[in-house]
Design a protein around this ligand. Structure first.
Ligand code: PRP
Length: 186
């Protein structure tokens, strides 16, 4: 879906389809340089990371394996607690693996912080993080991001995997959602 198909729901473009492709290619080159001979296990964090995973993995010119994890914070109101529930665990063992966590966005950083701690306890040889987006002004905890696409303003953005009420994930670019949309849904 293009922005033009979303009518007035998107008020401005934050990262265009073309910029996303360039950002993912840049990230892929850096990942290849670090992990070429390691056959990394890419771990996508559902559901937002599906588009990043699909495009980043295809951009990589090295062998990789893929797995998926689904997590949920205990409700929006308690998100700041950083308590995360596993909805779907990995199928693979992390023992001795070079893991690359693939995220669409690091917002408060709490999900990633929890994942890093959880994965460290599973015996991975190394753990790196790739995230297409980061909101520096929203970060509540410092988390390392080894491969970053773009820093973006602290606004409600959707598209390329990011949703509002499960919608807009299929937008090809990333844009700011018109506040009218969440007023309508409230
Ligand atoms: C988003 C995103 C990250 C997390 C980042 O997922 O995909 O996993 O939030 O936020 P944080 O840095 O504040 O922890 P979300 O919980 O919206 O689920 P979804 O990917 O299924 O949309």
């Amino acid at each position: 879906m293009d922005f033009s198909d979303a009518h007035t729901d998107i008020v401005s473009t934050v990262v265009s389809e073309e910029e996303i492709a360039k950002g993912l290619a840049r990230m892929a080159r850096a990942i290849e340089a670090d992990l070429a001979d390691k056959t990394p296990l890419l771990v996508g964090v559902l559901k937002g990371a599906i588009m990043v995973m699909a495009d980043l993995a295809r951009e990589l010119r090295i062998p990789v394996e893929m797995d998926w994890m689904a997590v949920s914070s205990y409700g929006r109101s308690t998100k700041s607690s950083g308590v995360v529930r596993i909805l779907k665990d990995l199928d693979s063992s992390l023992e001795g693996r070079h893991v690359l966590i693939v995220e669409d966005i690091v917002d408060s950083g709490l999900t990633l912080s929890w994942l890093l701690e959880n994965f460290e306890s599973r015996g991975a040889a190394s753990i790196r993080v790739a995230s297409l987006l980061r909101k520096p002004d929203a970060m509540a905890v410092e988390v390392p991001i080894d491969y970053l696409g773009f820093d973006i303003p602290n606004e409600f953005v959707v598209g390329f995997g990011l949703d509002f009420a499960e919608r807009y994930r299929n937008l090809k670019g990333i844009g700011v959602l018109n506040p009218e949309v969440y007023r309508d849904e409230a």
